[in-house]
Design a protein around this ligand. Sequence first.
Ligand code: DX5
Ligand code: ZN
Length: 216
Amino acid sequence: MRFISPSILAADPGRLSNEAEAIASAGADWLHLDVMDGHFVPNITYGPWIVELAKKAVNIPLDAHLMVSDPLFWAPIFAQKGAHYVSVHLEATVHLHKVLSSIRDLGVKSGVAINPATPIGNLVPALPWLDLIIVMGVNPGFAGQPFIPETVSRVKELKGLLEDKGAKEILIEVDGGVTDQNAKALWDAGADALVSGSFLFKSSDKAATIKDLRKA
Ligand code: DX5
Ligand code: ZN
C-alpha cells in the first residue's frame, strides 16, 4: 500500500477544519498533524486540540508527529485524544521504550521520527516497540524546506534493516520536502507513506496531485 498523508501545516491556518475536510475528500489516506513546542524545534504550532478538531472534520486516520522536548508527557495526551499514530522524535527522549509503551498501552500505534543527521542504526533497539518510522527529509520545524537528497539512501538503508531484523510490518513514512520530483525515488527506496505539505497544498487540483504522488 502507498499512503499519502497531507500535512495541514501547509494549509490555511484560518480554515483548518475546511482544509482538513477538503483534503480528505480529495483522497488523502491519512492526515498529518505537525505538533511543535518552540523548544525541540524553533516553531510553535498546535496543542492536543488539533486532534479534536481533525476528528470532527475527517474520518481518515490521524498521523500525529510530535516535535516536542517532553514526549513522555505529551505522547499519551495525543494518544488519548484519538490520534491513530503518535510519533515522537528519537532525539527527544532517553526514555523511548517508556514513551512508546505509553502510546501502545492506549491502543494507539506508536511511531518514531528520525532527523536527517541521526544514524539509521540507532533505531535498532526500538524496532520491537514500533509500528511506524518517520524518516525526515528536512530538519523539522517548518513546511516548505528543500528536500535533503541523502534521505533516499537512508530510506533504502532502513528498508534493508527492517528486512534483516524481521520487522517488515513496520511502516516507513518520509516527511519533509516531498514533491513529484522525489516521490518515485522514495517509493522505490521502500517508503510506505509520504507526507506532503507545501507541494500538495499549493497545487490547484489536490485530488490529481494526491493521485500523481501515489502513482509516481
Ligand atoms: C516539518 C514537518 C513536515 C512538513 C511537511 O517539520 O514535520 O511535516 O511540514 O511540509 P513540506 O512537505 O512542505 O516539507
Ligand atoms: Zn511532520
